[in-house]
Write a protein that binds this ligand. Structure first.
Ligand code: NAD
Ligand code: MG
Length: 398
């Protein structure tokens, strides 16, 4: 039986998830077509992708970059139409020809196009966890209201999705579920003496022991903010109260997460740490397709370790639980502060331990309001960014 060809808009095609997504598409040209490729500013890389995948549309940040790409595409004889800006991302996530959207922009910039895909009832493959952190209630409401199909790409959430019963939307407790076990590698600094953490460099923070990822999420993994964002992501994806979400440090990253049931069963998903597995699962669900991933060799792995998270070392993880309990715009404020803090750290403007301090200070200074509308979320995001930038400029935590 031949599958129907699906048109996919890839938001963030030049990033780590975007490139892995295109690799899965490349392996299944009979099933998937890259309909629109969207990137921020990497003209060369996007042009290479256009040459290979011949998308109908390509999008860059601004008119000048788009003009460069358009020239190169027309010189190469491609029909790709080049666009720019957020309005184009929104439009190309919602066009009737689009079957599925891979949401793989990093950070808050992905919120509007991903929300547009949900509102257009698309199949949304969600890697961009910041969407749920900022606007979980709004986004899940859009998914339900417009009949979108939401498939988690984040490896942990994909593992949980694979370990849950198909009808989990009737309620986790009703399905006999006691706990979600969200695994975390603990990042590169799990055992680094606290006294040395003050001096770690961006390259050390980005050298993740198991996963190769974009720089922002790599720093988030080093602070464990990433796991905190994932706790919030799990709350919305699976309608799980924070008490039901247990973070388990598992340094080998073989078990990608698990679900504990009342009868004593724990169902987990295992595999090598390669994002093409959850990407392929989301793309083909409920079917399975080859993803080019090395089979897991349990004999080579030999043993697996587990430990409780250290909330004092990883203050960002505690902050995430705090904002989740507080609700409203508190998670959006934390997310915005963290994006500024991570950018400042990567830029040499803030020490590693300053990330958690800055996040905490911004949360303490700005009262959270109700999540309300997209405008409320974006206003909270903007205010938190402004304050965080000011604190960086004043070198409060330098
Ligand atoms: P990345 O930095 O490698 O790539 C980000 C992509 O987004 C690039 O294509 C970039 O051009 C684009 N982009 C950035 N800012 C943009 C903007 N303002 N407008 C339009 N496009 C923009 O990031 P990544 O590691 O691929 O992560 C992407 C998302 O997936 C993040 O939310 C991350 O948390 C999540 N995620 C990543 C991994 C992973 O293994 N890399 C795993 C799980 C979840
Ligand atoms: Mg993850």
């Amino acid at each position: 039986m031949s599958a129907i060809l699906q048109n996919i808009t890839v938001l963030g095609s030049t990033g780590s998830i975007g490139v892995s997504t295109l690799d899965v598409i490349r392996r299944h040209p009979d099933r998937y077509r890259a309909f629109a490729l969207c990137a921020h500013s990497q003209v060369d890389k996007l042009f290479e992708q256009c040459l290979e995948f011949k998308p109908r549309f390509a999008v860059l940040r601004d008119a000048a970059l788009a003009a460069q790409l358009a020239d190169r595409c027309s010189f190469a004889g491609l029909d790709t139409e080049v666009r720019y800006g957020v309005a184009s991302l929104v439009e190309l996530s919602a066009l009737p020809e689009v079957d599925a959207v891979m949401a793989a922009i990093v950070g808050a910039a992905g919120l509007e196009p991903t929300l547009a895909a949900a509102r257009a009832g698309k199949k949304v493959m969600l890697a961009n966890k910041e969407v749920l952190v900022m606007a979980g209630e709004l986004f899940m409401h859009a998914v339900r209201e417009h009949g979108a199909t939401l498939l988690p790409v984040d490896s942990e959430h994909n593992a949980i999705f694979q370990s849950l019963p198909g009808d989990f939307s009737r309620g986790l407790v009703e399905c006999g579920i006691q706990k979600i076990l969200l695994t975390a590698s603990g990042g590169p600094f799990r055992n680094t003496p606290m006294a040395d953490l003050g001096n770690v460099t961006p390259d050390q923070a980005c050298a993740h022991p198991n996963w190769v990822m974009g720089r922002k999420i790599s720093v988030d993994s080093a602070t464990m903010m990433n796991k905190g964002l994932e706790v919030i992501e799990a709350r919305w994806l699976f309608d799980a109260p924070p008490e039901m979400i247990q973070v388990v440090v598992h340094p080998q990253s073989v078990i990608h997460s698990a679900v504990q049931y009342v009868d004593g069963s724990v169902l987990a998903q295992l595999g090598n740490p390669d994002m093409r597995t959850p990407i392929a699962y989301a793309m083909a669900w409920p079917e399975r397709i080859a993803a080019g991933v090395e089979p897991l060799d349990l004999f080579k792995i030999a043993h697996l370790d587990f430990m409780a998270p250290d909330f004092e070392r990883f203050r960002c993880l505690q902050l995430a639980y705090d904002v989740l309990r507080e609700g409203g715009t508190a998670p959006a404020i934390l997310n915005a502060a963290n994006e500024i803090a991570v950018a400042a750290f990567l830029d040499g403007q803030l020490p590693f331990l300053g990330i958690a301090s800055l996040n905490e200070a911004v949360l303490q200074s700005l009262p959270a309001g109700p999540e309300g509308s997209l405008a409320d979320v974006l206003a909270a995001d903007a205010e938190a960014r402004q304050l965080a930038r000011k604190m960086v400029q004043e070198r409060r935590f330098a």
